[in-house]
Design a protein around this ligand. Structure first.
Ligand code: SF4
Ligand code: SF4
Ligand code: SF4
Length: 450
């Protein structure tokens, strides 16, 4: 048997519709098989909270082996996983095609799916996953809603904690008064038909975060594409289902995948790329959807057409060359490469993008912020999320302090950005950056577009 696989990792479809997939005895047997290998290997000890929880369980068991660990304690290991995919992609030598066939994150997903089938999701947590409905409600009175969800609101945050399970101290995103699609329709950016990439056409998938919360990311992306001559159409069919995936509601995600892929098929067939603005969503379209719905040709075609926004702009720079007009920034930059960008196997595209800005002074952090979607704002996870993300926040504080003048901290993952900013303030009062935007927002600034 090979010590580790030397071939490129392959991910198998998730057989969630097989009867065996939710069989408790089969799940327990698979958990024990994989956990035993992990306990001997321990390579992932510092990636997240799942592995230390597992290793402590085994080390503290009567026999110091897995056979004396109670299966009910496995839930703590599953709960610690944010589905960031880093163990599968960056550490594990036993991923397929190795005969050990280990896919740790998808095993955690299997456990969650079985739990979801049995008991659903607690009411409050389920409400959080309804991103489109929540945004529609918030837009009735965005000022009041943003006031109520603001950090330090002693009136409303304890209530939010007891009803929805959101930790009272977690930083939460604000809602935009107007969705990105409406903003773009009202004020479309002016396209430069003489730019080198003027022959390009693309669909920009807004993602729920850019559509409802951080519209600035979308506005910046559209402005950059227009400046470079790209004929871009902004679309927002619906949320990609990452929040539902976190809860193991696979059928819901599969349904979204089928609907969106069928809707976009004509444009995909016409050769248009689909550009995602948030790496978690792009990852869903590229890799998770096809593994959850392997029999749907539309989903496979959409997956092949999907690109990340940084990846797309870097491709313009390499293929046709960028439109002129980039000027140096008024400060140095730390860029956090989000796990879900790393999981797309495309290299450090956010860093490559920023290096296109003249004279940039750039520092790169490639490590999980600890946030993990809605996982990190929950009452039971927030403290752990801060602990996991502390090395990133510490490095960002150090970079900011060493910078002679202004220092920007940016992340492709909007929730990671907020979490890093909050973590910086907890390391040192006053070190918290006001904002950690998407790298395209800085890029638009360098173009004088933001
Ligand atoms: S997917 Fe990420 S969070 Fe989950 S076990 Fe692997 S490294 Fe940890
Ligand atoms: S997931 Fe793979 S690399 Fe990580 S501890 Fe388990 S066996 Fe080792
Ligand atoms: S850094 Fe962002 S993309 Fe990566 S796991 Fe954390 S929340 Fe998800």
């Amino acid at each position: 048997m090979a010590e580790g696989s030397l071939e490129a990792p392959v991910r198998h479809p998730v057989p969630w519709q097989d009867a065996d997939f939710t069989d408790p005895a089969a799940i327990d047997a698979e958990l024990r098989r994989v956990f035993d290998i992990c306990h001997g290997c321990r390579r992932c000890f510092n990636l997240c909270d799942s592995f230390p929880t597992l290793f402590d369980l085994v080390d503290e068991a009567p026999s110091m082996e897995l056979d004396t660990v109670d299966s009910k304690d496995f839930k703590g290991v599953v709960d610690g996983c944010t589905l960031c995919d880093m163990c599968f992609l960056t550490k594990c030598p036993y991923v397929p095609p190795h005969e050990f066939n280990i896919d740790f994150p998808h095993l955690m997903l299997r456990y969650r799916y079985a739990e979801f089938q049995k008991s659903g999701v607690p009411f409050g947590e389920k409400q959080l996953t309804e991103t489109d409905r929540n945004a529609a409600l918030a837009r009735i009175a965005p000022g009041i809603c943003n006031w109520a969800s603001r950090e330090g609101n002693g009136l409303t945050r304890p209530l939010l904690e007891s009803t929805m399970g959101v930790h009272r101290d977690a930083a939460l995103p604000e809602y935009a008064a107007k969705p990105l699609t409406a903003q773009a329709k009202a004020k479309p950016p002016v396209r430069d038909g003489s730019a080198p990439a003027a022959g390009r056409k693309a669909l920009v998938f807004a993602t729920c975060f850019a559509e409802h919360n951080r519209t600035e990311t979308g506005t910046a992306a559209l402005a950059i594409l227009a400046k470079n001559g790209v004929e871009a159409e902004l679309i927002y069919p619906m949320c990609c289902g990452m929040p539902q995936l976190e809860h193991g509601d696979i059928a819901n995600v599969a349904d979204r995948a089928r609907k969106v892929a069928a809707q976009l098929r004509p444009q995909v067939d016409a050769g248009l790329p689909v550009i995602g603005l948030v790496p978690s969503c792009t990852l869903m379209l590229k890799f998770e959807w096809p593994l959850l719905v392997p029999d749907d040709d539309n989903v496979q075609a959409l997956s092949a057409a999907t690109k990340d926004i940084s990846e797309y702009i870097v491709d313009i720079a390499k293929t046709e060359g960028l439109a002129a007009g980039l000027a140096p920034l008024d400060g140095s930059v730390t860029v956090h490469i989000a796990c879900h960008a790393r999981a797309q196997n495309m290299g450090q595209k956010a860093a490559e993008l920023l290096r296109l800005i003249p004279e940039i002074d750039l520092k790169v952090i490639e490590r999980c912020s600890g946030h993990g979607g809605s996982w990190g704002i929950m009452k039971q996870h927030f403290e752990v999320a801060l602990k996991v993300g502390k090395p990133v926040a510490r490095q960002a504080v150090k970079n900011a302090k060493e910078a002679p003048g202004r220092h920007y901290v940016v992340s492709e993952c909007p929730l990671a950005g907020m979490h890093i900013a909050q973590g910086m303030g907890l390391i040192e009062a006053g070190a918290r950056v006001e904002d950690a935007p998407h790298p395209v927002e800085l890029f638009a600034r360098a173009y004088g577009l933001a």
